[in-house]
Write a protein that binds this ligand. Structure first.
Ligand code: PGA
Length: 262
């Protein structure tokens, strides 16, 4: 059996064929007025699997009951680690709790790059969100330069280690990771299947080494109704985080249906 790692093969077969239901998450970013969100939900209808939407705050607040009615889980795209205070433009956990949210998005690359969100602030946010009873979806991802220079493993493991550093072992059960290569976000070109497989395999192994367990790992970056089947079929892909294609109910519905069969 020289050169063949039996444990690895068994692990891949088990994760591929005995996969848990996939998670399909939509990140609406700064899109969707309340009226547009309402129309989207009307067209989407009800869901019977793990579907999550992160709308902008105003839409989130007004459409929370509609999402609940349809079996959709929801949460904010960002939140502050303090409960209240002089933080103009920010939203706190008690405000989010009132809306019946279940999962919070943290560390999206657009927030990291446009709003200087640091790993220091993120570690406080993640801990605050989890200790307040929510699940947190932490986004990580490398730039094109880091991918090309072979720096991606270092970048991704650093983000995980730094952003989750405040958590106790059992608190990790409330964390989901969304791997989103920055160069694939909003470009229409996802990472290749080989890159996804390699990166997800690497991240699952790194998590086992760091924490002694694997956290659910979603892929994000130009996922659409055409590539979801292939991406979802890769070992170690536990779901999708979708931007552009989550704004169109027909596309989002198609991806939800595909997620049930991969
Ligand atoms: P995209 O965005 O699907 O439009 O590439 C993904 C994301 O930013 O979460």
């Amino acid at each position: 059996m020289d050169g063949i790692n039996l444990d690895q093969i068994i692990h891949e077969v088990v994760t591929k064929y005995l996969k848990k239901p996939m998670i399909v998450a939509g990140n609406w970013k700064m899109n969707m007025t309340v009226r547009e969100g309402w129309e989207f939900l009307e067209k989407l209808g009800s869901v019977d699997t793990n579907v999550l939407i992160f709308p902008p705050y105003t839409t989130l607040a007004l459409l929370a009951p509609e999402m609940r009615k349809r079996g959709i889980l929801y949460g904010p795209q960002n939140f502050h680690y303090e409960d209240s205070g002089a933080y103009t433009g920010e939203i706190s956990i008690p405000m989010i709790r009132e809306l019946g949210c279940s999962c919070l998005l943290a560390g999206h690359s657009e927030r990291r790059s446009y709003y200087n969100e640091t790993d220091e602030a993120l570690s406080r946010k993640v801990a605050k969100g989890i200790r307040s009873g929510f699940r947190v979806m932490l986004c990580i991802g490398e730039s094109l330069e880091e991918r090309r220079n072979g720096q991606w493993q270092k970048k991704l493991t650093e983000q995980i280690a730094l952003d989750l550093r405040e958590l106790e072992r059992k608190e990790l059960d409330s964390v989901l990771i969304a791997y989103e290569p920055i160069w694939a976000i909003g470009t229409g070109v996802s990472a290749s299947l080989e890159e996804i497989q390699e990166t997800h395999g690497f991240l699952k192994m790194a998590m086992r080494e760091m924490f002694g367990c694997e956290l659910p790992l979603l892929y994000g970056g130009s996922v659409n109704e055409k590539n979801a089947q292939e991406i979802g079929g890769c070992p170690y892909v536990d779901g999708f985080l979708i931007g552009g294609a989550s704004l169109k109910p027909e596309k989002f519905r198609k991806i939800i249906e595909i997620s049930k069969s991969v």
